[in-house]
Design a protein around this ligand. Sequence first.
Ligand code: COA
Length: 180
Amino acid sequence: MAAFPPRTLDTLRLHLRPGTLADAQAIFDSYATDPEVVRYLCFRPHQSLADTRVFLEAVERAWESGEGERALVIVHRDLGRIVGAIGIRKAGPRVEVGYVLERARWGEGLMTEVVVAVRDAAFADPDVSRFQALCDVENVASARVMEKAGMVLEGTLRSYEIHPNRSEVPRDCWCYAVVR
Ligand SMILES: CC(C)(COP(=O)(O)OP(=O)(O)OC[C@H]1O[C@@H](n2cnc3c(N)ncnc32)[C@H](O)[C@@H]1OP(=O)(O)O)[C@@H](O)C(=O)NCCC(=O)NCCS
């Protein structure tokens, strides 16, 4: 059985592969600078390509070491370019994902397609028993993606994490998961 996460994944419309420094400009142009996109995320909009490079250097280190958040960039096959990314953390039996898509592509079912594919790949690894994700309690689109991917709302993690574009005060987050 292939170890999770795989380095590539293909869905009907998308190709997922590890992000590299060479993707900096594409990610900067796609989603990283958009205040609406990062509204409920843990980072501020990228101000320059240097910010995107810092992110991608961490991604490359994670893939090399097999530890930390391993991000796959999401390439839209018809458009032939990056439209988003999904970060994947594996800790023992647990997999956690976090995802982002450029605004122009919202509402087309793309992220549900990604999360379902990553969920299925996770459960193809016999060591994985739990697949989870968190979102800000105001992030209804993200919550809906998790529901459509068969995940169940387990509860609210109070004052869990700072989403600096929303508030400096730690935010309540919903925890969704599906178990084997
Ligand atoms: C969250 C996000 C990834 C969703 O991606 P997407 O490809 O548009 O998601 P999908 O099209 O698969 O599904 C979105 C669902 O949310 C629903 N939705 C979107 N905005 C909504 C809103 N304001 N209120 C209620 N439902 C909403 C859509 O109608 C759709 O549900 P449906 O298929 O039942 O109609 C995308 O909006 C995004 O990148 N947001 C910014 C980054 C982010 O917040 N990431 C998640 C961090 S936890």
